[in-house]
Design a binder for this molecule. Sequence first.
Ligand SMILES: C[S@@+](CC[C@H](N)C(=O)[O-])C[C@H]1O[C@@H](n2cnc3c(N)ncnc32)[C@H](O)[C@@H]1O
Length: 251
Amino acid sequence: MKIEEYFKSLPENILSGEDVQLSDKSFRDIFSFADLREDDIFYHLGCGDGRGIEIALEEYRVKKAVGIDVNKEKIIQARNNQSKNSSVELICEDIQDSKISDATVILFWFTDEEIINSMMKKFELLNPGTRVITIWGPLPECLPEKVKFPYIINKVPFKKANSLQEQTLSVFGVKCVDFVTAWEFAERYTKAIGTNVKNDRFLTIIQTLIIWINAKKLGVSCGDEVPESIKTYINIMKTHFDIDFEHLLKE
Ligand SMILES: C[S@@+](CC[C@H](N)C(=O)[O-])C[C@H]1O[C@@H](n2cnc3c(N)ncnc32)[C@H](O)[C@@H]1O
C-alpha cells in the first residue's frame, strides 16, 4: 500500500490535526522558549480546550490571553476549564476574521495553506517586535528569528529568505538535508509533540523518510544519490509494514 493510502486509512480527525492537543510540557517549552512575560498579550490561534491560555495566564502571568477557535464545543470546554479571570478572552470565530492587532506573542500551528496565506497578511501588519510562534516550519518565505526545533519564532517585521537553501539552513542549521539530519529532526518533532505513544519509533521512521524525500524534491537534500540508510528504511517499511515510499522518489 502506498504511504498516501496508509494515511487515508487513519481517522479523519487525526489526519486533519484538528484534534491534536499539545501537552502541558509542550506549552511550557514553547512559552519558555518564546520568553513569555508579564507584559505580553498572548493569542492562541486554534486554542482547542484552552489549556495553553490557562498555562500562559497562571504560570507565565501574561497581561492578557486570548484564545480563538472556530469550534463552538471547544470554546465552551475552554470557558469551563478557565478559572474566573478578567484577563482572559475566549472567542469562537474563524481566525481569518479575528482582530489580533494588540498581540505581542501569537501561537499559530496551522498547515492549511489558505489559512497561512490569509493570516500572513494580518501578521505583517502587527507591531514591530511581535513574536509569531510556529511549529515545524517558519512562516512562508521567512527567516526565523530563533529556532528550537520544532518550535520556531518569527518576529515582525519578518526577514525574507533569499532561497530555500537559506531557509533550510536557518531551520535545520545545515545547507542540505542528509539522513542524519532528517532522523534527528524527525525525532525531536515526535518527542516534542508526541504523547509518549509506544510506536513513536515507527512515527520517527515515517517522518524521517518524509523529511528526506521532501528535501530531495525541493532540491535541498545532500547529493543526488539516495542514502543507503534511506533505502534500508524504505525496504523495512515495505517488507514489514506493507507501506510503500518508493514511488515518491520517482515522482
Ligand atoms: C492546532 S490547530 C491546527 C489544526 C490544523 N488543521 C492544521 O493545519 O494543522 C487545531 C485547532 O484549530 C481549530 N481551527 C481550525 N481551523 C480554524 C480556523 N479557521 N479558525 C479558528 N480555529 C480553527 C480547530 O478547531 C482546533 O481546535
